[in-house]
Ligand binder design. Structure first.
Ligand SMILES: *[C@@H]1O[C@H](CO)[C@@H](O)[C@H](O)[C@H]1NC(C)=O
Ligand SMILES: *[C@@H]1O[C@H](CO)[C@@H](O)[C@H](O)[C@H]1NC(C)=O
Length: 212
């Protein structure tokens, strides 16, 4: 229970920090754009999203942050990671709730797949959170002199690990007989994976530039 509360607290802080960070940029440009996003920024997001596996989801989830992103590949990647974190976090909470609610026998295969799924999603949340933290340190003073390449390789490693963990969740249901909980969880996790995959693609684009 205390772990749950702590986790909730940490995520509230994280989201507060994110909005605090994103908001000032948004209001700063509102004066010029009358509240509408800069169309160059929108085009930039559309073109960048075109390099991901799920361009429509990418564009619809990131374009609301156009004012904060502008045409900055680092900000684009960071916002994409934040969006994927929020999806993964909500999914982990959803599955955690199901482990308590689903009427599976204690030792059934379905029950253990559900528990394993939660622990994989929980790992994914931590990895995505680690990526976001690392992204925030890029270009910041006192980042220990670590190279951009090194910092980005950490972000790439964690985001791919998160994607693998999400995949492990659905793989874990392979031997479980079809049932509504299985298909509900697998469908939802498949949706969450798209956001992680897109964020990883945008992270890779940014890393490949070789400069912050
Ligand atoms: C997206 O890519 C497709 C082909 O890969 C291309 O035809 C289309 O013009 C691109 N759209 C944008 C907005 O870049
Ligand atoms: C999980 O359960 C808690 C407590 O009942 C609820 O507040 C939360 O919204 C649920 N999470 C999801 C993702 O459904």
């Amino acid at each position: 229970m205390r772990t749950q509360l702590l986790r909730l607290f940490v995520s509230l802080l994280l989201f507060a920090a994110t909005f605090f960070h994103l908001h000032p940029t948004a209001t700063a440009t509102e004066g010029h754009g009358g509240g509408y996003a800069d169309s160059d920024a929108i085009d930039y997001i559309r073109t960048s999203c075109n390099t991901t596996l799920y361009p429509d989801i990418c564009f619809s989830s990131l374009s609301p942050f156009a004012n904060a992103i502008q045409q900055n590949p680092g900000k684009l990647a960071r916002v994409a990671i934040t969006v994927s974190l929020s999806r993964a976090h909500e999914m982990a909470s959803y599955v955690n709730n199901l482990t308590r609610e689903a009427e599976y026998g204690a030792n059934s295969r379905a029950s253990s797949a559900l528990h394993d799924c939660f622990s994989n999603l929980d790992d994914a949340v931590h990895e995505i959170r680690g990526s976001l933290k690392q992204m925030r340190q890029i270009g910041a003073a006192g980042s220990g002199g670590e190279s951009f390449r090194f910092q980005m390789s950490n972000v790439q490693t964690w985001m791919s690990a998160a994607l693998t963990d999400e995949e492990t969740c659905t793989d874990g249901f392979e031997d479980v007989p079809e049932d509504p909980v299985k298909s509900d969880v697998c469908d939802r996790v498949t949706g969450v994976k798209k956001f992680t995959s897109n964020a990883l693609a945008l992270v890779n684009n940014y890393a490949n530039r070789g400069i912050p």
